[in-house]
Design a protein around this ligand. Sequence first.
Ligand SMILES: [Zn+2]
Length: 340
Amino acid sequence: MHPGVRWGILVIWVWAWAFAAGAGEESLGPYPSLEQVTGEIRQLEKDHPGRARLLIFSSSAQGRPLYAVRISRDDGRPRPEALVAGNIHGDEPIGNRTALAVARFLLEEDGRDPLATQVLQVAEVLIIPLLNPDGYARTQESEGKAPVKERRTNGRQVDLNRNFPRPGFGIWLPLGYSGSNNPRSTRYHGPQPLSEPETQAVRDLAASHPFFAAVDYHSAAGMIIPAKCQTRTCSREHKQMAKAYRQAQSRPYSIFNRPYWSPLWQGNMEDFLLAESGTLSLLIELGNQKERPGKEKEEFWKMNPRDSTAVVGNNLKATLSAILEAYQITGGKPLCGCKR
Ligand SMILES: [Zn+2]
């Protein structure tokens, strides 16, 4: 063998070994560490100054900053605001992947892709990729293996998406999924509504930003769950928004409607944003069977596919379509704070 070839093989071998060792450190790939996610969020502003603005709007129960990025045209014209959020459950990082993909798509495709262009013509989009950094940090530290309770909840072991007030005059069915008053439950709703810094931060953000639309990512049931309405009109408008989402999907999710006359409150963010601020809101359960090929044994991998590409692709334009539909329904004004 020619010495040059031998050296070449050695170099390739060392490179491959180093690459494999580096890859081993990220056992939850493609879901990066909290520091890396934070870096990605900060990078948006560096790459797109004037159009992406970083916002640290509060901090978590364990003192980690909560980041948002506001995406708009750089023309000084204020526009109505929409919200895209993810990962309020710490062990659902597919939500931060999708939210960040939406952010990048809007920033890179404005003026090129018709949907991105139309959305930014009429709206600004506030994106919160990761609403529960404490739960995410525990998910990462345990390589996805900590008990669900520890991964899903915040630093005080509260299920944040059950910690919002339930409207409906306090009448709600105490079903399992509605949240539990048992502190040991994975769906513990906390000592009282809005007891947690993360949910208080959402409340304060919604009070100062009148969002006309919100899309919030969870996983992994492959469903679109509109906020629970209290009137027939509200219910119809939400169905319209959900259908716009579904029609833009190549692998459509099912729509799960809670009837407007039912007491099926969950204490979740969507119901709260609608009841409190009149925001047309959808909860998206990312990931249906077609997006998750193969069988996984570990809960983490059942909820977050090893390759996030299909899920991100199936939900990116759907999110923008739903925002645009909500704009057409509302004219960019939140539905009033009256009974919806
Ligand atoms: Zn969730």
